[in-house]
Structure formats: structure tokens, C-alpha cells
Ligand binder design. Structure first.
Ligand code: F6P
Length: 346
């Protein structure tokens, strides 16, 4: 009988998950394993819900966004009494798994880390997230597609900004890392970029916008959903949290607040737009298809060589296994090198 690998996708969906599932299944079959899909992330581990996963099932998913396995933000460690973790371990055995490949971001891989470290389950991780905030790996799939989509949105806003002589503010996702806003802004010739890692300097922002407006009679600002604007009373409100304790950031309405602040303080007509989940769906870019395929394949290799507790990562353009613990310990956020780039380019 063939050894079985379970594959699940957890957390927010993103383009590249399907290519990664496909890469993993193709490589696993080549090594002589059978695969099974666990549906809806860790929820599927708790409820023991699976779907068959073979070459035929995944052959034509490389061009599709989202995840064919479904996903959820279920956290088995949320319940303090340990009963859900116990259930995961029991179901791992019940499903007859030799190993589990978990595709996810910091939250999903945090669960994978604990299941390996504290409960000795054979787990391997695959990094995904449009936020690009996982440590150790150079890029996560989902990011390139999201930024490409947000870049197109920014370009479209420029047409209106230019025609109506307005300031246009685009709010993008990315959670507590500013990578999506940073890349979108630089690639769209934005005049100002607001990221969570750098508190907005109000005077500087207003000056840049006024200068840009004086030059060309429009301006573009790209803001992260998690940016900090001191003028508008930050951090007082209690907001809804997900199972991993994260605030629902879209409710902060940063795009709208920054647009209001700019209009009030410059007198220039300002509009905002929120791209939201449109930047997380749709066909993966070439980069995300290839990155997904390669890390998926690498995960199967890590299982085959018994390197459990690791994550398939892209490090200096090489596909390698790195300890899961290293990847999930600390978020990768925008650093000084990029502050300097922003300084020159804005
Ligand atoms: O982590 C990916 C992400 O898209 C973040 O950028 C965003 O803050 C969050 O997920 C949105 O989550 P949900 O899809 O649950 O609203």
C-alpha cells in the first residue's frame, strides 16, 4: 500500500495555491505516494473531511486563483482545553496519513510548527500569502499577483486623477507588513506611500502632495490598510478579531481617512478607492504559477526525505527546506533599505 500525504490550505486564499497543490501532487506521485486533500484548512482536520487528490484532479488548476481545497481561518489551538489539537492528531491517524503538507501564512504555519514541535506529527509547510510577510523565504506566492492587480488599479485611478485634477488615494491590503503598498506605489509612480512600518509624517505627506499637484495637477497616494495616521485618533476603538487574534483591518478605513485628511489640509479635491479582495483573486501571474509549482514540489521532496518540521522556501533563488520555527517566529516587514528606496523614489 502506498504511503499517504494529506494536503491542506489555511488562512486567506491567494493565487498560487492551486499551482502549489498541483506541484506537490505531481512530485509526490513521482516519489510513489498517494495524496488526499483535506478541505477548508484546519477545520477539515477537525472534521475529517477529505477529497481525492490525484494527477487528474489537479491537472488544469495551475491557471486558477483561490484554492481547490477550500480554506478557513480555523485555529485548533484556540480552544484552551487542547481538545481540538487532540482531534487533529486523532484524525491524522484516522485518515491514515504518513505526512501532512500545510500551505499557509504565519497563522497556518504556526499551527503546523506546534503540531510538529509539541506533538511530533510529520508536518511540512509551504509558504503562501499575498502579504509577503513570512520570514526566511524571499517571496511568497500570491504577492506578485496581488501587486500586479493593485498596480493596474492604481494606473486606472491615475486617469481620473489626471482628468479631474484630483488627488487619488488607493487602499491596499497586506496586513501589518507594507510590502503590497510599497511595491504597488513604487511601480505606479505614486507620490506618497503609507506603510505600517513608518508612521506617516503628516507635514511631509502634505508637502509631497502639494508639490506633485503643482507640477502635474494630480497626485497618487497608495496606503496600506494598516498605516498609521496620528491626526485621526488611532487605536482607541475595539475591533473584531479573527481566530488568530488579528484585527479586521479593512474596518479602519485608512484610504477614506487619509483622503479626508488630505482634502481638509490641502483644499485639493480628493477621492479614495479600496481594492480589497479583488487583489487576492483571479488567475495567478507567471511568477506565482512557477513559485507555487516549485515550492509545492519541494514540499513533496521534504516529505520523501523525512525532513519534517521544515518549510519549502525560496532562498537566494534556490528552493530549500528551512525550519518552520524560523519562518514563523517573526514577520518580515519593510526595512531600512526600503525606506531609503522610498526616500529616493517619492
Ligand atoms: O493575510 C491576507 C489578507 O488578505 C490581509 O492582507 C488582509 O488583512 C486579510 O487577509 C483579510 O482577511 P479576510 O479575507 O478574512 O477578510
Amino acid at each position: 500500500m502506498k504511503k499517504k500525504i494529506g494536503i491542506l490550505t489555511g488562512g486567506g486564499d491567494c493565487p498560487g495555491l492551486n499551482p502549489a497543490i498541483r506541484g506537490c501532487v505531481y512530485a509526490a506521485e513521482r516519489y510513489g505516494y498517494e495524496c488526499v486533500g483535506i478541505t477548508d484548512g484546519w477545520k477539515g482536520m477537525l472534521e475529517c473531511t477529505t477529497i481525492p487528490l490525484d494527477r487528474a484532479a489537479v491537472e488544469y488548476i495551475i491557471m486558477k486563483g483561490g484554492t481547490m481545497l477550500g480554506t478557513s481561518r480555523t485555529n485548533p489551538f484556540k480552544k484552551d482545553d487542547g481538545s481540538n489539537v487532540k482531534k487533529c492528531i486523532e484524525n491524522f491517524k484516522k485518515m491514515g496519513l504518513h505526512a501532512l503538507v500545510a500551505l499557509g501564512g504565519d497563522d497556518t504555519l504556526g499551527v503546523a510548527t506546534k503540531l510538529y514541535r509539541d506533538h511530533k506529527l510529520n508536518v511540512v509547510g509551504v509558504p503562501k500569502t499575498m502579504d509577503n510577510d513570512l520570514s526566511v523565504t524571499d517571496y511568497t506566492f500570491g504577492f506578485d499577483t496581488s501587486v500586479t492587480r493593485a498596480m493596474d488599479a492604481a494606473q486606472a485611478l491615475l486617469d481620473t486623477g489626471n482628468s479631474h485634477h484630483r488627488v487619488m488615494v488607493l487602499e491596499v491590503m497586506g496586513r501589518h507588513a507594507g510590502w503590497v503598498a510599497l511595491y504597488t506605489g513604487i511601480a505606479s509612480a505614486a507620490d506618497y506611500i503609507c506603510i505600517p512600518e513608518k508612521k506617516i509624517d503628516n507635514a511631509e505627506m502634505l508637502k509631497k502632495i502639494k508639490d506633485a499637484y503643482a507640477r502635474k495637477r494630480f497626485a497618487l497616494v497608495v496606503t496600506s490598510e494598516a498605516a498609521q495616521l496620528s491626526e485621526v485618533g488611532e487605536g482607541q476603538q475595539k475591533r473584531e478579531l479573527d481566530q488568530f487574534g488579528h484585527e479586521i483591518l479593512k474596518d479602519r478605513g485608512m484610504g477614506e481617512r487619509i483622503a479626508g485628511f488630505i482634502e481638509k489640509n490641502t483644499g485639493i479635491e480628493t477621492r479614495h478607492a479600496v481594492i480589497g479582495h479583488m487583489q487576492r483573486g483571479g488567475a495567478p501571474t507567471l511568477f506565482d504559477r512557477m513559485l507555487g509549482t516549485r515550492v509545492g514540489m519541494k514540499a513533496a521532496e521534504l516529505v520523501h526525505t523525512g525532513q519534517f518540521g521544515t518549510m519549502a522556501a525560496l532562498v537566494n533563488n534556490q528552493y530549500v527546506g528551512v525550519p518552520l520555527e524560523k519562518a514563523t517566529g517573526q514577520l518580515k516587514t519593510v526595512n531600512k533599505e526600503w525606506f531609503d528606496v522610498m526616500d529616493v523614489m517619492l
